[in-house]
Design a protein around this ligand. Structure first.
Ligand code: TPP
Ligand code: MG
Length: 574
């Protein structure tokens, strides 16, 4: 998360747009973006917003133009996740803004800090029925942390900075600003406008909260024989990886990871656990939940043993204790809190670390048992290919420098239990909104933010189709990634629930897709494409994609008649 630092008198003196002369609204936007550290905007053009491009050119901010505004918003979300810099999407009024709403909604549920700037008809035509006029602010209000109209050109930079500050109020999230065209295009005296300086317009958020709660948690841990910790998305978004690792190692606490917290500890690490989360939640005496809400992914907290001491740590006061009672709640920065607790506990004569060896061994044995039980399906030679075999091949293929993205239904649910990122911040999924179509924009953003990384996205054939045209944008900008399409010619995750409820005939409605040759689609656009029908051919095809030097789509035909256990239990609806 962006951090605030003290600013010098020198910096403050540059608190004006520029000495003398006139400056336009679009140029003020760009100055404020620059001060936030924004180095790229994702956009689809429209007459209402063109002056922002002019400003970006002046400020050296990269402009990436996509083919659908949903993609612009997801890419801004993805860029924040990977780079830690606030994301920014710029879209036109009306349909441009409504197209982007899905991306904003996803960022809202996923706690991603990003700013959407939307065009608007001129203020002088307010409510007269101007081109593409809609009540954007009213529409965006419920799914943003802040949504406002810029009322004058003088206020442009101030409101952009305000919107950025609001992104970091509590847990991060998106902000929205609409800028009427006449406000954006007008010029004002540069000396008369305030452009808030970098680091000057928000406080540090790295708070430990209540110091007494830190001592209480250190105490709880010292007396615990069977603790476990769940490291959630905020562990990554607050860049608390090192703090979390030190916490687990020094206090000898087994860790489970979810969301963007996956990869905090690498697979193979003695404190990394993966398969036994339910077992641990049923047997633990202390369960520490860090940076993840008790939402449907956690069974609203119901899956935690009722007698366990449950501790929740979160950036957002509103999240702690929601849906499930907690024994202790801490509000603050997860990294600062974990570091403080590690120090407090390490300072004690006995922090209980040694006494937890037996618990660690028990969990490790359970991990081995479930891994053994899963093995035959991971190595299945069946054709059509079993989705678990595909997931296994992908997991083997990932390196420490591969960012993995999941975008799809059942095929991605299968992969969740098998594919493990090898490094922190190398896992991306939509988050609790479950939005299909994040894959291509996330891949685009990840490659832009970290060009030295390999980016691999596993798509469902349905999911890819939502935003797949922006594969072309990735090619146009040289943002190479490997897309793997688990192609079952269906919207399988939904199909399961339909056929279970209505039987074959009536259940096979609105979920059948064509047998699409996505490998050809890739080639038409200038990328690399291959189809795979046999399990043994998966890895060689992935290798050729890696070596092709092109954006690639590997179309893997998978069995449409097998379903992930999570889908069959319909756990997401329970
Ligand atoms: C934007 C959006 N629309 C609809 C859904 C509902 N949905 C969840 S999974 C799914 C099926 C996805 O199909 P595919 O990507 O091919 O994956 P599969 O389940 O077939 O493996 C659908 C339609 C959603 N999550 N997001
Ligand atoms: Mg499918």
């Amino acid at each position: 998360m962006a951090e605030s630092t003290a600013i010098s008198a020198d910096k403050r003196s540059t608190d004006r747009a520029s000495a003398g002369g006139k400056i336009s609204g679009g140029n003020l936007v760009a100055k404020a973006l620059k001060n936030e550290g924004v180095d790229v905007i994702f956009t689809l053009c429209g007459g209402h917003i063109i002056d922002i491009y002019d400003g970006c050119l002046n400020e050296g901010i990269k402009i990436v133009d996509v083919r659908h505004e949903q993609v612009a918003a997801h890419a801004a979300d993805g860029y924040w996740r990977v780079s830690g810099k606030t994301g920014c999407a710029v879209v036109t009024a009306g349909p441009g803004t409504t197209d982007a709403m899905t991306g904003i909604a996803n960022a809202f549920r996923a706690e991603s800090a990003m700013l959407l700037i939307g065009g608007q008809g001129p203020l002088s035509q307010h409510r007269m029925g101007s081109l593409q006029d809609l009540p954007h602010v009213d529409m965006l209000q419920p799914i943003t942390k802040f949504a406002a109209t810029v009322p004058s050109t003088e206020r442009v930079a101030d409101l952009v900075s305000m919107a950025f500050r609001e992104c970091y109020n509590g847990a991060p999230g998106p902000s929205f600003l609409e800028i009427p065209r006449d406000i954006l295009d007008a010029t004002v005296d540069a000396d008369k406008v305030r452009v808030p300086a970098p680091g000057g317009y928000r406080a540090s958020t790295k708070s430990i909260g209540d110091p007494r709660a830190i001592e209480q948690l250190a105490d709880i841990i010292a007396h615990s024989r069977r603790p476990c910790v769940l490291l959630g998305t905020q562990v990554w978004s607050c860049r608390a990886t090192e703090a979390a690792i030190a916490f687990c190692r020094q206090l000898n606490i087994p860790a489970y990871m979810n969301g963007a917290g996956r990869g905090t500890l690498p697979p193979g690490d003695p404190h990394h656990f993966h398969q036994t989360r339910s077992y641990a939640f049923e047997k633990a005496d202390v369960i520490i939940i860090v940076g993840t809400p008790f939402d449907f992914r956690m069974g609203y907290g119901r899956r935690l043993r009722s007698e366990a001491t449950v501790v929740q740590v979160d950036l957002d006061y509103r999240t702690v204790g929601k849906n499930r009672d907690v024994s202790l709640g801490l509000v603050g920065d997860p990294g600062a809190i974990l570091t403080a607790v590690t120090q407090a506990a390490s300072g004690r004569l006995d922090n209980g670390a040694k006494g937890r060896e037996e618990w660690m061994r028990e969990l490790r044995q359970q991990e081995h048992r479930s891994a053994e039980a899963q093995k035959p399906r991971l190595l299945s030679d069946a054709s059509p290919i079993h989705p678990l075999r595909l997931a296994h091949e992908i997991n083997q293929f990932l390196t420490e420098d591969t960012i993995f993205i999941g975008d799809g239904g059942d095929v991605v649910t299968f992969s969740g239990g098998v594919v493990q990122p090898k490094s922190p911040g190398h896992w991306m999924d939509p988050g609790p909104l479950g939005t299909l179509g994040v894959g291509t924009p996330f891949a685009m953003a990840a490659k832009l933010a970290r060009p030295e990384k390999e980016v691999i996205c596993l798509f469902g054939d349905g999911a890819f189709s939502l935003t797949g045209w922006d594969f072309e944008t990735c090619i146009r900008y040289g943002l190479r990634f490997i897309g793997i399409i688990g192609n079952n010619s269906h919207m399988n995750q939904i199909r399961y629930g339909q056929t279970a409820k209505y039987g074959k005939g009536r259940g096979e409605v609105a979920n059948k897709l064509g047998d699409v040759h996505f490998e050809e689609f890739a080639r038409i656009l200038g990328g690399y494409g291959e189809e795979v029908r046999n399990p043994a051919d998966i890895t060689p095809a992935l290798r050729r994609a890696r070596e092709s030097g092109k954006c690639a789509l590997i179309n893997v035909w998978i069995d449409p008649d097998v379903y992930a256990p999570g889908t069959m239990n319909q756990t997401m609806y329970k």
